[in-house]
Design a protein around this ligand. Structure first.
Ligand SMILES: Cc1cc2nc3c(=O)[nH]c(=O)nc-3n(C[C@H](O)[C@H](O)[C@H](O)COP(=O)(O)OP(=O)(O)OC[C@H]3O[C@@H](n4cnc5c(N)ncnc54)[C@H](O)[C@@H]3O)c2cc1C
Length: 465
């Protein structure tokens, strides 16, 4: 159960990209017999190391009481556990239980809004609630949660676990966890407490007044019916996805960077002409600023539950669509300029190296200002081609890896925990000044290490595999 502080905000300006009835996305957990003998993957259908993660069983609690019983039973039997969400959107294999006998606890049915307190501007929700539900329910009550990610399909449990964020330097908080007031955690316990412990954590908020995006806010009676239906998050016909991917594979095969450049130009100008999916009124984009209600502008994801025949989210693994890596990290605001200059030097040496990145809307940069980040930062989000054949290198792989290494090792950036190739987590724990305290808290919540895996231990620097 999660209590989030939600704040009223109003409007803002945004300026800036063979299936068989696919949408909505496929379930990440598949079991060969009802809820046993299962595999789990992410929404892209592949973890960075392409391994298949197995679990002996999956449980779908529908209430907190059921959840408590499931955790108690698993703890009694010293089973390895991981929490899975309805779509499993993280790229790294955070969700894989250790070994093959583990238990997955899905939050698919723990998706209830429990309470909205309009006066206190708080919402109490279960952790399987999606960002879409949260934004919509908040809006009905005249509230809003500012600076969230832009994709509807993420759950609150997943957002909090990976430190997911929106973008701002204006407020003091740009991550979802900055708005958290209380967190109820169900974890393993000893026999004396019935093998389960429910911890209730209270978090000290920064301040209690409403925060607005100053400069972007207009009075609610300003006319405007703006909508953001991100072009990238709409259902796309599988034939179109297939032809884009086939062309990209061909250009990779031919090492034809000019072809990538031309494709990137087409995509970029289409996005610009369609305002990335923004409309002022009735699906029409007439110009900036786009004015509308926060819940119509902050996040989107119509491919999530569209029933358009033969169309899907661009990355749906059931179609021949996008297949990519993401390298995502946050770099201190004061070092960002120098990092960009290093990147520019690389591009000067090989001007076409970044054309492939353009095909994925270029590098997305967002501001990061939170309670727990070590300093104000800029988050860089770089998406690029990944071959379906692990033996085939990418075009300009050397340049992209150089960028990744510059960021991670020269500038010591912090990785986004829900994205990235495994390399990003190598030694990452040493970059956090509160790492030791984090590991102590982890020990308190999970004294038997039931939620740990060899992979997680490795990235936390606890065990080398
Ligand atoms: C299209 C798209 C757009 C995105 N946009 C952004 C963005 O704008 N900003 C940003 O920061 N990130 C973004 N992300 C990344 C995303 O925020 C993270 O990957 C997020 O954590 C995924 O949420 P999920 O609900 O799918 O969780 P999962 O990926 O399923 O789970 C993530 C982790 O959380 C754990 N977990 C989940 N629920 C619970 C729970 N109730 N209790 C304990 N552990 C739990 C899981 O075990 C796992 O370790 C985006 C991802 C996608 C696919």
């Amino acid at each position: 159960m999660v209590l989030l502080r939600s704040k009223t905000t109003s409007v803002f300006l945004l300026i800036s990209v063979a299936c068989y009835s696919c949408s909505p996305p496929e379930k990440p957990i598949k079991c060969s017999s009802e809820n046993t003998n299962c595999t789990i993957t992410n929404s892209y259908g592949a973890f960075p190391d392409r391994s298949t993660c197995r679990a002996a069983e999956v449980a779908y609690p529908t209430t907190e009481q059921e959840l408590i019983s499931v955790v108690a039973e698993a703890t009694k039997n010293r089973r390895k556990i991981k929490v899975a969400t309805c779509f499993s959107h993280s790229i790294p294999k955070l969700v894989c239980p250790d070994g093959q006998e583990g238990l997955l606890i899905s939050t698919k049915y723990l998706n209830h809004m429990l309470k909205i307190d309009v006066e206190a501007m708080t919402m109490t929700i279960e952790s399987g609630v999606t960002l879409r539900q949260l934004i919509n329910e908040a809006a009905k009550a005249g509230l809003a949660l500012p600076y969230t990610p832009y994709w509807w399909g993420l759950t609150i449990g997943g957002l909090l676990s990976t430190g997911a964020h929106g973008s701002t330097l204006w407020a003091n908080e740009s991550s979802v966890h900055d708005y958290l007031l209380e967190l109820q955690i169900v974890g393993p316990g000893g026999a004396e407490v019935g093998y389960v412990k429910v911890h209730l954590e209270f978090l000290e908020p920064f301040h209690r007044q409403s925060i607005y995006r100053i400069g972007d806010r207009v009075s609610t009676n300003t006319s405007g019916n703006g909508l953001y239906n991100s072009t990238s998050f709409r259902p796309i016909p599988s034939l179109e996805l297939g032809s884009i991917r086939t062309l990209e594979e061909l250009l990779e095969h031919l090492s034809y960077a000019d072809g990538k450049y031309a494709s990137a130009r087409t995509i970029t100008s289409k996005l610009l002409n369609t305002a990335y999916g923004l409309s002022n009124n009735d699906d029409d984009f007439t110009g900036y600023p786009v004015i509308g209600f926060y819940n119509h502008l902050q996040a989107s994801g119509t491919c999530l539950n569209s029933h358009r025949i033969n169309s899907a989210c661009a990355w749906d693994c059931r179609v021949n669509g996008s297949f990519f890596h993401q390298t995502t990290f946050s770099i201190s605001l004061f070092l960002a300029k120098s990092f960009i200059q290093d990147e520019q030097k690389l591009i000067e040496m090989e001007p076409k190296a970044m054309c492939g990145v353009e095909l994925y809307n270029g590098i997305l940069m967002r501001y990061f200002k939170t309670s727990d980040k070590q300093e104000d930062a800029v988050d860089f989000d770089i998406t690029y081609y990944r071959s379906k054949n692990p033996m085939i290198p990418r075009l300009y792989e050397d340049i992209l890896e150089e960028v990744e290494q510059l960021a991670l090792f020269k500038y010591g950036t912090l990785p986004h925990w829900g994205k990235n190739r495994n390399l990003a987590f190598d030694g990452a724990i040493n970059k956090y000044k509160n790492a030791r305290e984090f590991l102590k808290v982890k020990e308190v919540y999970d004294p038997f290490g039931l939620f740990s895996s060899a992979w997680a231990d490795q990235i936390l620097g606890l065990k080398m595999v």
